[in-house]
Ligand binder design. Sequence first.
Ligand SMILES: Nc1nc2c(c(=O)[nH]1)N[C@H]1C(S)=C(S)[C@@H](COP(=O)(O)O)O[C@H]1N2
Ligand SMILES: [Mo]
Length: 330
Amino acid sequence: MHFLRQRDGLRVPSSEITPRADYENRREWLKAASALGLAGLGTGLGLEAQAQTAGPGKLAKLPGARSAVPGALAVEKLTRYEDVTSYNNYYEFGTDKSDPARNAHTLKPRPWTVAIEGECAKPGRYGIEDLLKLAPMEERIYRLRCVEGWSMVIPWEGYSLAELLKKAEPNSRAKYVEFTTLADKAQMPGVRSGVLDWPYVEGLRLDEAMHPLTLLAFGLYGEVLPNQNGAPLRLVVPWKYGFKSAKSIVRIRFTEQQPVSSWTKAAQQEYGFFSNVNPKVDHPRWSQATERRIGEEGGFFAKKRATLTFNGYEPQVGQLYAGMDLKKFF
Ligand SMILES: Nc1nc2c(c(=O)[nH]1)N[C@H]1C(S)=C(S)[C@@H](COP(=O)(O)O)O[C@H]1N2
Ligand SMILES: [Mo]
């Protein structure tokens, strides 16, 4: 099924089976909103929260209220669930795009614990059930741009990572946040290969990690994350290349020094610490000016989209990098 999100925030499945009650509710809400002079205020009001992206009914439901965070709802056609869950990068399960969907059934997302450590007043360990209840679940529609030159538009369920980080009360020495993900040979066949230096480690500057758009995701399409997409919890940092969005996180550490990410370790000249999506800074081996939207390929005539600075999130995150030379700090 394809879903369209229209400018007014209405979401219409292409099969045109929008539940009638939902539609009626919305009409009522629009009437009420215009009476109050609220029309055109956009997302995040009243009945918006009722609209959910229909899931495929494969995994446990995980509904999220439509997010009110500015920029959190991309107005774009969603990538099909089938594509989101069968075309993946998750090297712990193999390096082919089809490997994670085929191999990740051995990942055990329960029980699961995330350790919070380092430069903070309240380190601790959180079980997945507590994390699910830590803050209200929101639905966010983000563009995800892989450094390889493809992109998707995915409805995620989760909440701002800041909700969890602030509970730990980072101290004045905390300048960065390091994320470590599971590396278990028993569950992950790819960890026996030397393709990366396991475990997979990523990092963000503290202000990037605290930005409301930085999402701690537990689900997609209204259901819990499929294993291949990083169950039971992962990051989604929409203005950065996909590899910054670490899957199946087991440890979060506040640090004074800039963390060394697995991809930087593998090829320092190719994968910088920031890795903000930037059409003007090419990867040493290929251009980053355009991208291919998964599901839109048209063979020989495939249309390429222009890649946007900060993946289109410049209004929200541009000021984080004011005065920085983005060619140097790539
Ligand atoms: N642990 C871990 N996280 C990871 C990766 C990985 O190989 N291992 N791949 C990254 C890359 S390169 C991308 S593009 C995204 C892909 O997320 P998706 O498969 O859910 O689209 O996950 C990122 N997170
Ligand atoms: Mo990627």
